[in-house]
Design a binder for this molecule. Sequence first.
Ligand code: SF4
Length: 79
Amino acid sequence: MATEELSPQNRIKIVVDRGLCIGSGDCVDTAPNVFELDAEDKARVIDPDGDPTDLVVDAAMNCPVTAVFVEGEEGPIYP
Ligand code: SF4
């Protein structure tokens, strides 16, 4: 992956698979400055640097349907 795709601070890229997302809100509860639920009750990323990387990874791990994908400079972080 090209490093310029990574966020300036956390140096990560976050992708939410909207087809998988069931709108449970766990990611928003875990990292509220990174994720929000949109009008369709699907999670979207508002700021990949809004919370520390640890919290972003926790949020991805808390997703019941594994719809949150986190990549870093070394490749996939989770899942
Ligand atoms: S935790 Fe997963 S299913 Fe729940 S809102 Fe976030 S991305 Fe969607």
